[in-house]
Design a protein around this ligand. Structure first.
Ligand SMILES: CC(=O)N[C@H]1[C@@H](OP(=O)(O)OP(=O)(O)OC[C@H]2O[C@@H](n3ccc(=O)[nH]c3=O)[C@H](O)[C@@H]2O)O[C@H](CO)[C@@H](O)[C@@H]1O
Ligand SMILES: C=C(OP(=O)(O)O)C(=O)O
Length: 420
């Protein structure tokens, strides 16, 4: 198993090219299940979650051709299976996103329940309830969701009592091929939802309102293929910006999407960073300003993203003043706090808030990555900790950050990957 070794590094400096978004690419690749025509996706990040998705699609009968490092051609001329097995689903929760497309295309689907994970229970009731409203009959049996529909799915009015990114995506894909109009109320408004709707519309779907809390999908009988470039990764961008801010650096993120990062950029400015943006770049300079702790509360988009929470916990630990980070989306997303404490961070957990005293002097230590963004927070801490930080279980990191040690190295970080 690989681990990362990070040494106290100089302030990060230079340019970093941002990859396509994991959380946009995963649902986008699933759209290939909805059409018999070929679909070409570019700007697809090279990540473990992407190879897991491609293996899953291949297992269902989708032709997979990797055209270059970041471009893949998928062709589901015919599907050979309606079953997503536990072996393929268990390492990636987003696998549940095959449910809506399979049901819409084949009329049946068997998808293993992904189970809980480190950050919380993460149930899928909203996905199932929405599909039931559209006429699906669903049983959960022996750990599998077994769904079928007589004829086509039917358009329906669906109100979601919790804002769910995955359920909005699953239902949007299913509704694209349903008979009649589906209206999703209290829909998620994340940029990845807009990206999915844009891709589906390019395939001939009739979706309006994506990016608002009310999405209308007028079902069509068949969809065409697509040639679609994945949105830049706002969480990867935010992670490099926080790393730059914490080290007192000056970094420009290229191929980025500044309009997707309002809440994060505003908190970085409050923390003392000078931010400049262009159409597809963001520059952060904190070489001449102090770092001040911030108060953050996670919320569905356009609020502050839960996927940036762990990185800001690391920032607050070393910034001046008391910082408060409140997590409202997942019930167990502070696994990084005990690891940061082992590095000397003075942080107290109070219910769903991490309260930091500020100006902790961090010391390198052996620490363990517990989930994807927790790993990112340990890297950020490692960049400013005295000595060496050894991060184990970095397979979490490889799920979501393309070539992270090379990108960080390019900015001057002293980081290496070794096999344990
Ligand atoms: C692959 C992907 O895009 N992952 C993102 C997606 O995850 P994911 O789509 O799994 O997250 P959701 O938006 O669905 O989860 C939000 C909240 O709703 C709850 N819930 C969700 C579905 C359901 O059927 N019932 C239910 O109660 C969840 O437990 C959680 O408390 O959005 C999360 C919230 O922005 C991000 O942290 C993840 O990085
Ligand atoms: C929680 C995340 O991803 P997933 O939903 O794939 O677990 C994440 O990207 O931070």
């Amino acid at each position: 198993m690989d681990k990362l070794i990070i040494k106290k590094s100089p302030p990060l400096n230079g340019e970093v090219v941002i990859s396509g978004a994991k959380n946009a690419a995963l649902p986008l690749l699933m759209t290939s299940l909805l059409t018999a025509q070929p679909c070409r996706y570019s700007n697809v990040p090279q990540l473990k979650d992407i190879s897991t998705t491609l293996a899953l699609l291949k297992d269902l009968g989708v032709g997979v051709e990797q055209q270059d490092t970041n471009t893949v051609l998928l062709h589901a001329a015919e599907l050979s299976s309606d079953t997503a097995s536990y072996e393929l689903v268990r390492t990636m929760r987003a696998s549940i996103l095959v449910l809506g497309p399979l049901l819409a295309r084949l009329g049946t689907a068997n998808v293993s329940l992904p189970g809980g994970c480190a950050i919380g229970a993460r149930p899928v009731n909203l996905h199932l309830e929405g599909l039931e409203k559209m006429g699906a009959v669903i049983n959960v049996d022996e750990g599998y969701v077994r769904a079928s529909v007589d004829g086509r799915l039917k358009g329906a009015r669906i109100f979601m009592d919790i804002v769910s990114v995955g359920a909005t995506e699953n239902l949007m894909m299913a509704a694209a091929l349903a008979d009649g109009e589906t209206v999703i109320e209290n829909a998620a408004r994340e940029p990845e939802i807009v990206d999915l709707a844009n891709c589906l519309n390019s395939m001939g779907a009739r979706i309006s309102g994506a990016g608002t809390d009310k999405i209308r999908i007028h079902g069509v009988e068949a969809l065409n293929g697509c040639d679609y470039a994945v949105l830049p990764d706002r969480i990867e961008t935010g992670t490099y910006l926080v790393a730059a801010a914490v080290t007192g650096g000056h970094v420009k993120c290229l191929n980025a999407a500044p309009e997707t990062l309002d809440a994060v950029l505003s908190k970085l400015q409050q923390a003392g960073a000078v931010i400049t943006t262009g159409k597809d770049w963001i520059e952060l300079d904190r070489s001449n300003t102090p770092l001040t702790a911030v108060k953050v509360k996670t919320a569905p988009h356009p609020g502050f993203p839960t996927d940036m929470q762990a990185q800001f916990v690391a920032l607050n630990a070393v910034a001046k003043g008391t910082g408060v980070i409140t997590e409202t989306i997942f019930e167990n997303r502070f696994m990084h706090v005990p690891e940061l404490q082992r590095m000397g961070a003075e942080i107290a957990l109070e219910t769903n808030s991490a309260v930091s005293k500020g100006e902790s002097s961090l010391k390198g230590a052996p620490v363990m990555a517990t989930d994807l963004r927790a790993s990112a927070s340990l890297i950020i801490a490692g960049l400013v900790a005295e000595g060496e930080t050894h991060i184990s279980r970095i397979y979490h990191l490889d799920r979501g950050y393309e070539a992270i040690e090379h990108k960080l190295g390019g900015l001057g970080a002293v980081v290496s990957r070794v096999s344990e």
